[in-house]
Design a protein around this ligand. Structure first.
Ligand SMILES: C[S@@+](CC[C@H](N)C(=O)[O-])C[C@H]1O[C@@H](n2cnc3c(N)ncnc32)[C@H](O)[C@@H]1O
Length: 296
C-alpha cells in the first residue's frame, strides 16, 4: 500500500515538475531499503552522497528520472542490486556482473585467502579455477601473484565473456577455457586447484528467495548433474588427482552442512591433510586436502 503510494507520487511528481534529488531519495526510500535507494540514485545521477545532502534541490533530467524509476521498480521486485548497477566488489576489486554470472559472495574471499597462502609458498605456480563465473577468484589470484599462470574453466560461454572482461579490466592475463570441469585440460597438471562449484541441492527452498531466482540456476544448483548438492563436488574431487601435481592442494567452497561429506570425498580420493575452514560468519565454508607428495 505504502509502496504503491510512493510509486504513484514519484510518477506524478516526475510527470509535472522535474523531480529533485532530495524528493527522489525520500520517495524511493519508501519503496526499497534506504541505502539501496541512495546508491541507485547516485548510480543513475553520477553523484555522491555529499551531493544528495548538499544539493537536494538539484533536478534529475527526464532520462535520469525514467532510469531511476525503472531500476527502483526492478529492485522492489527483488532483483539483486549488483545486476541493476552491473558491478560488485570482491576482495577490494570491482567486477562487472550480469545475469549470466553468480554475484560474488563475501564468503568466497575465504577461498581466495586460503589459496593465496598456498600460492605464496610456490614459485610461479600453475593455478586452476574451476567454475570461474565472473572470474573473481582467478582474477584476484592473478592480481596477487603476477608470476602465477592462471587457468579458469566454466561451462557457460556467457559467463566466460564476463570473466574475460574482468581480467582485462584488472590488467591480468588469465587463460579462459570453456567446458565441463576438467574436460578442456587433457592431462594438464596444476600446483593448486580452487573451485566454488554449484552446491545448493535441487529443490532447496533457498533457491526461491533472496534474489536467487535472478541468478543463473546452473551456477547455484547441481540439479542437472545429480541434485543432492554434492554432485559437482564429487566430480571435481574424483578427477582432481589426475590434474594436481604430487604434494599440491585442492580447495573447494561448499554449503554450510557439507564439510564432513567433502572431507570424506577427499580422503576417498587419496588426499591427505584434509581440513575445513570457517568463514567470517563462523560457517564451515571451505574444505581441502593435499595430494600425497609421493603420489604418481
Ligand atoms: C557458484 S558459481 C561460482 C562462480 C565464481 N567462481 C564465484 O565464486 O563467484 C559456479 C560456476 O560453475 C559453473 N559450472 C557449473 N557447472 C559446470 C561444469 N559442469 N563445468 C564447468 N563449470 C560449471 C557455472 O557456470 C558457474 O559459473
Amino acid at each position: 500500500m505504502r509502496r504503491a503510494a510512493g510509486r504513484a507520487a514519484f510518477r506524478a511528481a516526475a510527470m509535472t515538475l522535474p523531480i529533485c534529488l532530495g524528493d527522489a531519495w525520500r520517495q524511493a526510500a519508501g519503496r526499497i531499503e534506504r541505502l539501496d535507494a541512495r546508491l541507485l540514485l547516485e548510480h543513475v545521477c553520477g553523484c555522491k552522497q555529499a551531493d544528495l545532502i548538499a544539493h537536494p534541490e538539484r533536478a534529475l533530467s527526464e532520462a535520469q528520472a525514467d532510469r531511476f524509476e525503472e531500476l527502483l521498480a526492478r529492485r522492489a521486485a527483488g532483483e539483486p542490486f549488483a545486476y541493476l548497477v552491473g558491478s560488485a566488489w570482491f576482495c577490494g576489486l570491482e567486477f562487472a556482473v550480469d545475469p549470466a554470472v553468480l554475484i560474488p559472495r563475501p564468503e568466497t574471499e575465504l577461498l581466495v585467502d586460503l589459496a593465496a597462502r598456498r600460492a605464496a609458498t610456490l614459485d610461479g605456480p600453475r593455478i586452476l579455477d574451476l567454475g570461474t563465473g565472473s572470474g573473481i577468484v582467478a582474477v584476484t589470484l592473478a592480481r596477487r601473484f603476477p608470476q602465477a599462470r592462471v587457468t579458469a574453466v566454466d561451462a557457460s560461454a556467457a559467463a566466460l565473456e564476463v570473466a574475460r572482461a574482468n581480467a582485462a579490466r584488472h590488467g591480468v592475463a588469465v587463460r579462459f577455457l570453456e567446458g565441463d570441469w576438467y574436460a578442456p585440460l587433457a592431462d594438464e597438471r596444476f600446483d593448486l586447484i580452487v573451485s566454488n562449484p554449484p552446491y545448493v541441492a535441487d529443490g532447496d527452498p533457498h533457491l526461491s528467495s533472496n534474489g536467487l531466482p535472478f541468478e543463473p540456476r546452473d551456477a547455484l544448483s547441481d540439479g542437472i548433474t545429480g541434485g543432492d548438492g554434492l554432485a559437482c563436488i564429487r566430480r571435481i574431487v574424483a578427477a582432481a588427482p589426475r590434474h594436481l601435481k604430487p604434494g599440491r592442494c585442492l580447495l573447494m567452497e561448499h554449503g554450510y552442512d557439507q564439510a564432513v561429506e567433502v572431507r570424506k570425498l577427499l580422503a576417498a580420493s587419496g588426499f591427505s591433510e584434509t581440513a575445513s575452514w570457517r568463514d567470517g560468519a563462523g560457517i564451515w565454508r571451505v574444505s581441502g586436502g593435499r595430494r600425497p607428495p609421493g603420489a604418481e
